[in-house]
Ligand binder design. Structure first.
Ligand SMILES: Nc1ncnc2c1ncn2[C@@H]1O[C@H](COP(=O)(O)OP(=O)(O)O)[C@@H](O)[C@H]1O
Ligand SMILES: [Mg+2]
Length: 302
């Protein structure tokens, strides 16, 4: 069992009452004053203090160092709230192993109540810089992490919305299944990252499917991915049809077509992926300008 699942299992109803109070005041306080927790958690004082020390020990909440007592959620606490909501809504039945630690996310496998294998992505905005600056102790000692929790939630909402619209436009992306707070649940793609994919049967077909996805995103959804690379493409092999289908993942940083940055980002995505196919698979017959025109709908064939 993962550490996260292990910790989640130790929490009871009272603990969640405390966590929900801290979440409610996330936008108002860096550390929620103890008086508010006492008032709103509605727990007998001995039980409240038991819960607070348990949650602190598990690093689910953090106590303020200083004169005024207060507590805030950590990422772990926010994770537990999200998991509980997904479980209660029947989205998630089990959380499995951690598959990977990305720049701005932790990705786990999970199971739905119908035993479908899913991906559970916990957004972790600000973690990279937090880790780097954490070494400089004085600078970050009282640095609020709560801003990042909310930013991660916004990023998850964004990613979910994009996946929903892309999926409805039949683009090759993971199917969105559910979301809570900073956590997105999608279908599990039994595939291999493009950067590890050595001998494709038909690289030209793959590149065209990727460009099709970018075109659907641009024309039908009105967005530009903005972080396209061989790390954000999963190749799924369809044994029956004997084709390799590339899926584009990792959408939270997209921008709208109307954004002043969108043309620059679209060009960067396209140049990058074409150069990758060129270098890695010796595919030379698709030009950047033509691909861009195709994505923008100026021509209908590539
Ligand atoms: N739907 C999925 N199916 C299978 N593996 C996935 C899926 N989504 C993500 N992954 C795996 O998790 C890794 C990180 O996910 P990603 O969405 O790219 O987040 P990050 O922002 O951390 O790069 C991916 O590179 C891939 O290996
Ligand atoms: Mg990624």
């Amino acid at each position: 069992m993962s550490k996260l699942a292990y910790i989640y299992k130790q929490l009871n109803k009272r603990d969640f009452r405390v966590l929900l109070v801290l979440e409610k005041y996330l936008t108002q306080y860096e550390y929620v004053p103890i008086e508010i927790i006492e008032r709103e958690a509605r727990l007998p004082p001995p039980q409240l203090s038991m819960s607070l020390s348990k949650l602190s020990r598990l690093k689910i909440i953090k106590r303020r160092i200083g004169s005024l007592t207060g507590y805030r959620l950590t990422y772990l606490g926010y994770d537990c709230l999200a998991i509980r909501s997904l479980v209660e809504r029947g989205v998630l039945a089990a959380l499995g192993d951690r598959m990977g630690v990305g720049k701005e996310s932790d990705v786990y496998v999970g199971l739905t109540p119908a035993e479908e294998k899913v991906i559970v992505k916990f957004l972790r905005i600000g973690r990279t810089s937090f880790r780097q600056t954490k070494r400089v102790r004085d600078y970050t000692r009282d640095r609020p992490e709560y801003g990042w929790l909310l930013q991660s939630k916004v990023a998850a909402e964004k990613e979910y919305k994009a996946l929903d619209l892309l999926w409805k436009a039949s683009a090759k992306v993971p199917r969105p299944i559910g979301r809570s707070r900073h956590v997105v649940v999608t279908s599990y793609l039994e595939g291999i990252e493009l950067y590890r994919y050595k001998d494709p049967m038909d690289p030209e077909y793959m590149l065209k499917v990727i460009l099709d996805t970018l075109r659907k995103a641009y024309l039908e959804v009105g967005i530009v991915h903005g972080d396209l690379s061989e790390y954000n493409v999963l190749v799924v092999i369809d044994e029956e049809k004997e084709v390799e289908e590339p899926y584009i993942i990792d959408w939270p940083q997209y921008v709208y077509r109307e954004d002043p940055q969108s043309e620059y980002l679209l060009r960067r995505d396209v140049e990058y992926i074409i150069r990758f196919f060129n270098r890695k698979y010796r595919l030379k017959n698709i030009e950047v300008e033509r691909a861009l025109s195709y994505i923008r709908g100026e021509i209908n064939e590539i």
